[in-house]
Design a protein around this ligand. Structure first.
Ligand SMILES: *Cc1c(COP(=O)(O)O)cnc(C)c1O
Length: 240
């Protein structure tokens, strides 16, 4: 990118980021919450490392990626920007070891098999603990082709397994609003599930919900982390 293009991109990201931050602030006000309770995780999938660099300069503290090895390469290209890297995508257990080496937080723990895989990787990556959200499915259990996440009936067991692994720190729940259902209804269910989990595990007090289209509904339902891609970076370019 030449200087002019880099400056233009920076101006676009700064304006988008300001708009998203003010949406978050308004939603917090509406929900009677402090804006400092909500962490913005900018989802940078399909966008280049140069954008991540600009975001860091603009004060973004947390970024998220959904695919290995794209995430690994971008993380390496970015060097030390002082960002927290979240993994938010479907994770296969054979990739868990790699992801645990370059991500600080895994938001998409949705299967038992991932627990020993991530735990073992934490030790060999020389880090003390990996922060983990358990991803729960908000889909109608009867629906076909649901989005990822552990089915509600199996949530307690998975939460328990994560909490028992000393290498993993259970930080809370993550979910994606189901397609074709109103986000406020889904997020209200999520809030109830989260309250149940917190009764047994008070430390699991983070709730990751809300994306570009529905962050207000998520904040209303108690989200502590919103995952925003398009509203900050624009429509995603397709690499494939
Ligand atoms: C891509 C993605 C997002 C961001 O979605 P936008 O609609 O671009 O804001 C959030 N969460 C997950 C899990 C994603 O894969």
């Amino acid at each position: 990118m030449n200087d002019r293009a880099a400056q233009d991109r920076r101006a676009v990201l700064a304006a988008n980021l300001a708009a998203v931050r003010s949406r978050i602030a308004r939603a917090c006000e509406h929900a009677d919450r402090a804006a400092s309770e909500v962490t913005l995780v900018v989802i940078t999938k399909n966008f280049p490392a140069s954008d991540v660099q600009i975001l860091a300069e603009l004060g973004v503290t947390d970024v998220g990626e959904n695919r290995h090895p794209e995430a690994m390469h971008k993380r390496a290209e970015c060097g030390e920007l002082g960002l927290r890297w979240h993994f938010v995508g479907a994770l296969q257990s054979n990739k868990a070891a790699s992801v645990a080496t370059y991500c600080d937080v895994v938001q998409s723990v949705d299967r038992h098999k991932l627990v020993p895989a991530l735990a073992a990787a934490v030790g060999s990556a020389g880090r003390e603990q990996l922060e983990c959200f358990v991803q729960v499915s908000l889909d109608d259990p009867e629906a076909m082709g649901g989005r990822s996440g552990v089915p509600r009936a199996m949530l307690d067991g998975l939460v328990d397994a994560v909490s028992r692994a000393p290498e993993l720190r259970l930080v809370g729940l993550m979910a994606v609003a189901p397609l074709g259902a109103p986000a406020p209804v889904a997020f209200a269910q999520l809030r109830q599930l989260h309250a149940q989990v917190m009764r047994a595990y008070p430390g699991a007090d983070w709730l990751s919900a809300g994306m570009s289209a529905d962050l207000e509904a998520a904040i209303q339902a108690g989200a502590t982390h919103v995952r925003v891609g398009r509203a900050v970076l624009g429509e995603r370019p397709r690499f494939e």
